[in-house]
Design a protein around this ligand. Structure first.
Ligand code: CAA
Length: 240
């Protein structure tokens, strides 16, 4: 039997990159998988339910989550993954670049968890996984907006781990902090920087999306029932 058998899972931003890999992994473990994204691809994965959603829109999040709950009755696992980059040196960063990244990456996770978390409290169980980043832990040149959003996600994760379990409910909230993972987002980084990032890891390579999906599977499943409030580094030992 699959590790996520009978679990209803919502993955935000599950149409590409790390989110897509998580969707595939969870399907292979027999979860009922729902994803939402700003743009729904024409080629859909069989057995995945797609909802069009911009997570920075609070009202749209409320309505979409209501629709999902009406259809499926519950959400057991939430992977709050949707995120973007708009990199620039600080002196070149526009208000729009700063606000877009904060609104999607940080407020977007708040917008989803604020409507999913209470339903998990009613059910008495649930696992919420947020996707932060090594950049939120250690910073990165040209990414102050992204670093701020990802550091904020870690703060929200720990706060929710406390808040949603305060009455003894088995609701776990953890974050995965990926290092540099070979997605289109990372592949857009200049090659010489990628080589530098790869050399900085203990394993001397960048990560594969599936290596994040495996970590998400662990945190989503009943293999991690005593783990909450943590940040799981999946970065090849880039910082020790
Ligand atoms: N380490 C050391 N120096 C760096 C650096 C780095 N990571 N990034 C930039 N610099 C230096 C450059 O060498 C340059 O130095 P000088 O002024 O001495 O010449 C200076 O900073 C400015 O850099 P650029 O000339 O590249 O400036 P630019 O305005 O053309 O571009 C930039 C700025 C868009 C930020 C570009 O440097 C860039 O794309 N950097 C990569 C940003 C990055 O790492 N993004 C990660 C995306 S993936 C992701 O975010 C996922 C995740 O969670 C990890």
């Amino acid at each position: 039997m699959g590790l996520l058998n009978k679990k209803v899972v919502l993955v935000t931003g599950g149409t590409k990159g790390i989110g897509l890999e998580i969707v595939k992994k969870f399907l292979s473990e027999e979860a009922t998988v729902i994803t939402c994204a700003r743009n729904i691809p024409e080629e859909k994965i069989k057995n995945v339910d797609y909802f069009q959603l911009d997570v920075s829109d609070s009202l749209a999040c409320k309505n979409t989550i209501e629709s999902i709950l009406n259809k499926y009755g519950k959400i057991d696992v939430l992977v709050a993954n949707a995120g973007i980059t708009k990199d620039a040196m600080t002196y070149k960063m526009t208000d729009e670049m700063f606000d877009d990244v904060i609104n999607i990456n940080l407020k977007g996770i708040f917008n989803v968890v604020r409507y999913v978390g209470p339903t998990m409290e009613n059910n008495g169980t649930g696992s919420i996984i947020t996707i932060s980043s090594i950049v939120g832990q250690y910073g990165n040149i040209g990414q102050v907006n992204y670093a701020a959003s990802k550091a904020g996600i870690i703060g929200m994760t720990k706060s929710w781990a406390k808040e949603f379990s305060r009455k003894g409910k088995q609701i776990r909230v953890n974050s995965i902090a990926p290092g540099y993972i070979l997605t289109d987002m990372v592949k857009s980084v200049p090659e010489e920087l990628l080589k530098k990032f790869s050399d900085q890891t203990m394993l001397k390579r960048l990560g594969e999306p599936e290596e994040i999906a495996n970590a998400a599977l662990f945190l989503a499943s009943d293999l991690s029932t005593y783990i909450t409030g943590t940040v799981l580094d999946v970065n090849g030992g880039m910082r020790l």
